[in-house]
Ligand binder design. Structure first.
Ligand code: MG
Length: 267
């Protein structure tokens, strides 16, 4: 899950909470649980399954393994997972509508373990989809990988945004600007914002011990988005499909440690 982009990132960078190695190990547990829960949900995606059913799978898995769903009740969000279909970018609320073959579904969830959050997301096809949608999903994953690759002490937040933007726009797609990734730790959303666009060498410098949720949101058409009347669901303004993926990472001396990476993971 992400938060609305705000101005004045630079002035808030002093509030970034750096974690100790022991705290990062605790966050790794939350990241693994979130990633495992997401893997369970993805295994259940098929034509006919409902968002309500996927939400139940996510919540049960997280609770059965000693965690608490991060999203349930967050600012009043009514579910344990965000399910965003086709032109829905992020923050879709699960409901009883069956998923249709040929759709893209974005799945985003978080888990709290011992007070720390892990946040992870992926977009997957429902049944068979065409080559254009496969490419949208692939480019979104590649953009996340390229962003993770630039993470190291001394790199700038602008380097992360630029890596995402460069890859996405080279493929002919667009990055959402109104929502960003975020710091994460004892709170689901901490400083700093992690935009998916930017200029290399600008914005705050990364320091060892920072923990970030990096999450490209990539649109097939315009980058512009609109908010649904439910106050949560974000859609593309032009009604074209969107994809999203997310990892929680820690900045270490050796680069990024991906806290939501697991064997056979879906992202
Ligand atoms: Mg997030």
């Amino acid at each position: 899950m992400r938060e609305p982009a705000r101005k004045a990132m630079a002035t808030r960078s002093a509030m970034i909470i750096v974690k100790t190695p022991a705290e990062i190990q605790q966050m790794r547990l939350a990241g693994v649980l979130a990633a495992e829960a997401l893997r369970e949900v993805v295994r259940a995606v098929r034509p006919g399954v409902t968002g309500t059913q996927l939400n139940t799978i996510a919540e049960r898995y997280i609770r059965a393994h000693g965690g608490i769903p991060s999203f349930l009740g967050y600012r009043g969000f009514p579910a344990s997972i965000c399910i965003s279909v086709n032109d829905e970018v992020v923050h879709g609320i699960p409901d009883g509508t069956p998923l249709r073959a040929g759709a893209l579904v974005s799945l985003d969830l978080g888990a709290v373990v011992d007070g720390f959050h892990g946040d992870v997301a992926v977009t997957v096809p429902v049944g068979e989809v065409g080559p254009k949608l496969h490419r949208l999903v692939r480019v979104t994953r590649e953009a996340l990988s390229s962003a993770i690759d630039v993470v190291r002490p001394g790199a700038r937040l602008g380097d992360i945004g630029a890596a995402v933007q460069r890859h996405v726009e080279a493929a002919g797609f667009s990055v959402v600007r109104d929502f960003a990734g975020h710091g994460i730790g004892r709170a689901l959303h901490e400083e700093p914002q992690v935009p998916n666009f930017g200029e290399p060498g600008t914005a705050a410098a990364l320091r060892e011990g920072m923990t970030l949720a990096i999450e490209p949101m990539v649109n097939l058409g315009t980058h512009e988005v609109v908010m649904d009347e439910d106050g949560w669901t974000v859609r593309t303004k032009d009604g074209k499909p969107s994809a999203h993926c997310e990892h929680t990472v820690a900045v270490t001396a050796d680069g990024a440690m991906v806290l939501t990476a697991i064997p056979d993971g879906v992202i």
